[in-house]
Design a protein around this ligand. Structure first.
Ligand code: ZN
Length: 315
């Protein structure tokens, strides 16, 4: 049984930059690459397996045809997505719906997400939450265009983590490089775009009605309390979030580590360094899935991994 490495795909964005090329070493010609879809089975951008007997196979096909790799016994979509986002400019202020709203209105999943800050310039900020106490006040501040009063700006630095539950107003700010774990969804409602115009002089489309419907008021912070656990002398695990959709953690390996997997399958993104995992090299910029059959994990090397697994919906 082999690890399942994914072949990332890339999206040009007007706010994108060059760090996916210069920092992560991906072979890109553009200097406006905003998004690396690193692990995705979503129809709007699907990753394929890069290695082994399933090489070239789209992740959704692997998920459907080989449920044993994921210990999945229900017909459903692959639930998670992992991305790297390079914000060279401010992103529009947005919000995502929950499962119930998204399935009813968009035929998509809801989009809970979370951010691990890989890199940030000294003055980098994000927008995370708002100051309105209730939905009437929220609506009034939006109608009046009182964005400075409404939006919460938060300074960020490398290593910070933010849980972004559905209904949370948020935006990445210029100078942030982020690893994002999210539900497999591509539904975004844009609330505000700084009145910017594109090359043809047009404002970007906003989705005010839907945004105002799904924004939660007052803003409630997602859980961002980090819990660290030493795994012997040569590894540290930090729990980043454990919400109703996914668990995400940071695993720092400085030597060797043996682990027994206690989830059905595990998503791994290597964000610094290089290591050997069960005889295969994993290095910065690699994204892979540990299949269900691989219960023992033997690491050796020096690397930081963001690991995540789904939390099964309550039925
Ligand atoms: Zn978002």
């Amino acid at each position: 049984m082999e690890l399942l490495f994914l072949q990332p795909i890339f999206k040009e964005r007007i706010w994108g930059g060059h760090k996916l090329k210069t920092d992560f070493g991906y072979a890109l010609s553009s200097n406006q690459t905003g998004e690396c879809w690193a692990i995705s089975a979503h129809k709007n951008g699907e990753t394929c397996i890069r290695n082994g007997v399933y090489a070239g196979m789209p992740l959704s096909q692997l998920w459907n045809e080989h449920p044993e790799l994921f210990a999945n016994d229900k017909p459903r979509e692959f639930p998670l997505m992992v991305k790297i986002l390079d914000a060279n400019d401010d992103l529009s202020v947005q919000v995502h719906p929950d499962d119930e709203f998204a399935q009813l209105i968009e035929n998509d999943l809801g989009k809970a997400e979370c951010w691990y800050v890989l890199d940030a310039t000294a003055d980098a900020k994000i927008i995370y939450g708002h100051n309105a106490q209730n939905s009437d006040e929220l609506k009034q501040l939006v109608i009046d265009g009182e964005w400075d009063k409404l939006l919460k700006h938060v300074p960020v630095k490398s290593g910070d983590f933010f849980d972004v539950p559905t209904g949370t107003v948020h935006a990445l700010g210029a100078g942030t490089l982020i690893l994002e774990v999210q539900q497999s969804s591509d539904t975004t409602y844009r609330l505000y775009d700084y009145d910017r115009r594109d090359a043809s002089g047009n404002l970007r489309e906003l989705h005010l009605d839907k945004a105002l419907t799904v924004i939660k008021s007052p803003h409630k912070e997602g859980k961002t309390k980090l819990e660290q656990r030493d795994l012997g002398l040569e590894a540290v695990f930090t729990s980043l979030t454990n919400n109703q959709h996914f668990q995400v953690g940071k695993l720092e390996i400085n030597g060797t580590l043996e682990l027994t997997l206690n989830v059905a399958y595990l998503l791994i993104s290597v964000v610094t360094g290089e290591a050997i995992l069960n005889g295969q090299t994993i290095k910065k910029g690699d994204h892979l899935i540990v299949p269900n059959q691989m219960r023992k994990l033997n690491f050796s090397g020096y690397a930081t991994l963001i690991v995540c697994n789904e939390v099964m919906p309550k039925s």
